[in-house]
Design a protein around this ligand. Sequence first.
Ligand SMILES: Nc1ncnc2c1ncn2[C@@H]1O[C@H](COP(=O)(O)OP(=O)(O)OP(=O)(O)O)[C@@H](O)[C@H]1O
Ligand SMILES: [Mg+2]
Length: 310
Amino acid sequence: MRAIEVNKLTKVYQVGLGKQKVTALNDLSLTVERGSIFGLLGPNGAGKTTLIKILLGITFPTLGGARILDSDLSNYMIKKKIGFLPENHKFPNYLTAEQTLKYFAQLSGYENSNLNKRIDELLALVRMSKWKKTKVKKYSKGMMQRLGLAQAMINEPELIFLDEPTDGVDPIGRKEIRDILSDLKEKGTTIFLNSHLLSEVELVSDKVAILNEGKLLREGTVKELTTSDEVYEIETAADIPNIFSIPEFSSISISQEANKLIVNVKDNDELNFVIDYLRKNKINIKSVNMQKNSLEELFVSLIKDSRGEK
Ligand SMILES: Nc1ncnc2c1ncn2[C@@H]1O[C@H](COP(=O)(O)OP(=O)(O)OP(=O)(O)O)[C@@H](O)[C@H]1O
Ligand SMILES: [Mg+2]
């Protein structure tokens, strides 16, 4: 079942009395499965916030369409089931955390006879209990972000949009936010995450998409996007004698530098064949690691390619 289906979406903004046009989204299609965490990555101006705004009905597509929770975008009742943490959000600074959450509960039409209990639970979850009665104007950026996250969860949403949720949050706070997101997912909530922080997205997302200039460059699981062919690095205790000349290795692509072998194998058997050979020759193996392109490397190379840079 799908939580979000985006179908050939194009958004053109008209800037400056309609003279200049900016294409923020260009024929974009993607799907997000229910109960998953989806990470949308892209450089500044890629169109990430525009996509969220269209899905929430804050702005409208120029062409194409989308469905959320099996419903048309025009069905505003569906918004009761949605939570949203906007980018650079601002809460009225004269409200306390408790008042802010009550205010947003009312705005979202959330009905719960035990709202006070729900607010206490949420504040505990985002580690803000002791600031419950403190006005928002005294909060640090990280505290604002935590309150923003609680606000996005107040109506027990089935689908939650988070635009840069860890912006301004320190590494410990980020880890806590990641844990909260994993807990939400466990409970079946679908999470749509916009972020520049690639390593973070890598850690929590089931699926990621890379967007640039309104176009989808790549989509898949983090594993699909970051694992190259079966390339392993074998590190040995001492330098390895030259093994390229051995006929059995002719089909395996190997490069060697001092005490490291980089082997490109087609399957596990080939990898074990290389390891058996090394062990038979009394070569002491220190480690065998699958080589991974980090999401960051992939991101940088895709964006550079799409801009025609090397
Ligand atoms: N209301 C608007 N009017 C005109 N142009 C806009 C408007 N909103 C966004 N844009 C333009 O659309 C493009 C996409 O912007 P968007 O805010 O969606 O990018 P983003 O990926 O969220 O960027 P960031 O990472 O900086 O938040 C940019 O070129 C931006 O200048
Ligand atoms: Mg944005």
